[in-house]
Design a protein around this ligand. Structure first.
Ligand SMILES: *[C@@H]1O[C@H](CO)[C@@H](O)[C@H](O)[C@H]1NC(C)=O
Ligand SMILES: *[C@@H]1O[C@H](CO)[C@@H](O)[C@H](O)[C@H]1NC(C)=O
Ligand SMILES: *[C@@H]1O[C@H](CO)[C@@H](O)[C@H](O)[C@H]1NC(C)=O
Length: 556
């Protein structure tokens, strides 16, 4: 008997040693088989990375851009949904040391669900990070991110690739954490203690999809500037180009910029502080016709603002309205009509024009996702010419887009009861100078969530970020620690009463302006003192809340 016991002990010990040795070794064959209902693993590969320093492009601006060299194991999993002929890649990067015990799903942008190369920022923070390409590999190339839907959208002219659209819209988002959690367990010997999602734009839409449809996958979701209401807002992004066509005028960018500056000059102070930012867009009733005839400079030449440009600007702010009915929202007055995206380093905006020297012979140039969507998904015709669309064609396309795609793409279901029941917490913030996604779509959604569940702020809070552009950029204060706020809410029960935000001050000195962002529908009202200090603001129901204390409007 003792002999048997000893050999049993030896056997057990060696088993323990081997399984311990299997842990944190970057070998695909050391992982137990991955089993997720409805999918079949095609390939699993591993690659050990030491001192990884490549420039990272996190599509989520709440993650860091710069970090020290990283050591991690890179698992790449290829799988299919049998019978659907799709082939999806999941990328999982696992830090060897200093794992913080958490899983982070990272979102994509534009047409990209995510992809290899985007995960270093999560790993740098100690997360085991993963993302998915959802079956169409479009990462790391801005043309693919923004304009190349034809590479996967259709099986043939007239025939949508519904499988890949479903994978992009929702299915792959459910697979990702299910696969990643098994890989994490195989690698570290334990499941993550908490799971988070972080994404902006398409990544924000993906976060909302997870909360609405797969409510137990994540403990915390950061869904920034979400591409919510896709079937409505994506066609609506084309409205500015339709208006330029209607008024038969393509203003040089300088002319629209002169109008925008005048609007900011007029509406900046409505929130009680003159800081170059319109923090109260709902109070801004600026009419562009009021600056017709005023001058601006283009290549050193004095020009005047035309009535046609004013009509176009007003229509863009108003948004698409048909027979008195609002079909979608417009841009805020603060929003740039066209310019460079600090986020992507490419021209963006919805009312871009490209002109010859001296602002002559201007032509419209649209943010590509919108005409892409209309051409391939709504019309299903690669030869369809969006340039021939008039206003009534536009509304027809918008209605058809909604009718055919809302249930697949919109992520605007206000019923978050499943997510609430599972104990999840979610934060959304949206820049009020977002040049691509109308922030009113987010506030409208949050209001519908509150209408259904007046107690929703106990697990979901929405913050508006005045003066912040799409995902990042702009002179408004930016909430760069939103993910930390989410973690504190999930793990310590500390609900975010504000998001701390900061920006470089208007004189472009090194001084940093700090501001609280307040949970919607509250606003950050000025209470007096240095307007560059967060302590001079308090969350209030309206901007007038502290006007008696602070006296007349402050000029900086
Ligand atoms: C599995 O993935 C690795 C790494 O990308 C690749 O080299 C290999 O050819 C793949 N194998 C199969 C069967 O697809
Ligand atoms: C991760 O592994 C995949 C598959 O082998 C490879 O294509 C990719 O380049 C790797 N990325 C890094 C950063 O190691
Ligand atoms: C859009 O959002 C702003 C800021 O929350 C709000 O003041 C305004 O009333 C909204 N506009 C519409 C048309 O809903």
């Amino acid at each position: 008997m003792p002999l048997l016991a000893t050999s049993l002990l030896i056997a057990l010990l060696s088993l323990a040693i081997t399984s311990e040795a299997r842990l944190r070794t970057c070998k695909a064959r050391n992982l137990p088989a991955i089993e997720v209902f409805g999918l079949e693993i095609v390939n699993l590969s591993s690659k050990e990375q030491r001192g990884f320093e490549a420039w990272d492009q996190p599509l989520d601006s709440n993650l860091p851009l710069k970090f020290k060299p990283l050591d991690f194991c890179n698992f790449t999993i290829t799988y299919t949904h049998p019978g659907q002929n799709d082939r999806i890649h999941v990328y999982i990067w696992l830090p060897f040391d200093d794992w913080n015990g958490r899983f982070l799903g990272q979102g994509g942008g534009g047409w990209s669900a995510g992809g290899d190369g985007a995960l270093a920022s999560g790993v740098a923070l100690g997360y085991a990070a993963a993302n998915t390409d959802a079956g169409h590999s479009l990462y790391g190339n801005f043309d693919d991110l923004l304009g190349n839907a034809h590479k996967w959208a259709m099986l043939s002219p007239g025939n949508i690739n519904w499988v890949l659209l479903q994978d992009f819209a929702s299915r792959a988002l459910d697979d990702l954490p299910k696969i990643a959690k098994q890989v994490i367990k195989g690698f570290y010997g334990e499941e993550p203690k908490h799971s988070y999602w972080s994404g902006c734009s398409t990544g924000g839409r993906q976060g909302l999809m997870s909360a609405q449809r797969f409510p137990t996958n994540y403990n915390g979701i950061l869904a920034v500037a979400p591409a919510i209401n896709w079937a409505s807002f994506v066609p609506a992004e084309y409205w500015p180009q339709i208006m330029m066509r209607k008024f038969n005028y393509y203003p040089p960018p300088h002319e629209l910029e002169a109008i925008r500056k005048a609007a900011i000059e007029s509406c900046d102070v409505l929130d009680g502080v003159k800081d170059g930012v319109i923090s109260a867009p709902g109070l801004c009733a600026f009419d562009a016709q009021s600056v017709v005839g005023s001058t601006f400079y283009l290549d050193g030449e004095e020009r005047v603002v035309t009535s046609a440009a004013a009509d176009i600007a007003n229509a863009i702010w108003e948004g698409p309205i048909q027979d008195g009915k609002r079909e979608w929202f417009g841009n805020t007055h603060e929003t740039s009509f066209g310019g460079m995206s600090p986020f992507m380093g490419i021209p963006d905006g919805l009312a871009m024009t490209i002109c010859a020297a001296g602002g002559k012979n201007c032509e419209g140039y649209s943010f590509p996702i919108s005409p892409n969507w209309i051409q391939y998904f709504v019309e299903k015709d690669p030869k369809f010419d969006v340039l021939q669309m008039d206003e009534s064609d536009f509304f027809e396309a918008l209605h058809r887009s909604r009718n055919e795609y809302s249930s697949i793409m919109d992520t605007s279901d206000p019923d978050l009861s499943g997510f609430k029941a599972s104990g999840g917490k979610m934060i959304t913030w949206h820049g009020l100078a977002d040049e691509l996604i109308f922030p009113n779509g987010s506030s409208n959604y949050y209001e519908r969530v509150l209408a259904l569940d007046p107690g929703a702020r106990e697990f979901y809070r929405y913050f508006e970020a005045p003066g912040v552009q799409h995902c990042t950029g702009g002179i408004g204060a930016f909430p760069s620690h939103a993910l930390d706020s989410l973690v504190a809410w999930v793990e310590k029960g500390i609900a975010p009463d504000t998001l701390d935000a900061a920006s470089i001050s208007r004189d472009k000195s090194e001084a940093v302006r700090s501001r609280p962002l307040c949970p919607y529908p509250q606003v950050a009202a000025y209470t007096g003192g240095d307007p560059d200090e967060a302590s001079s603001f308090r969350c209030a129901e309206s901007f007038d809340a502290f006007s008696e204390q602070r006296g007349p409007h402050t000029e900086l």
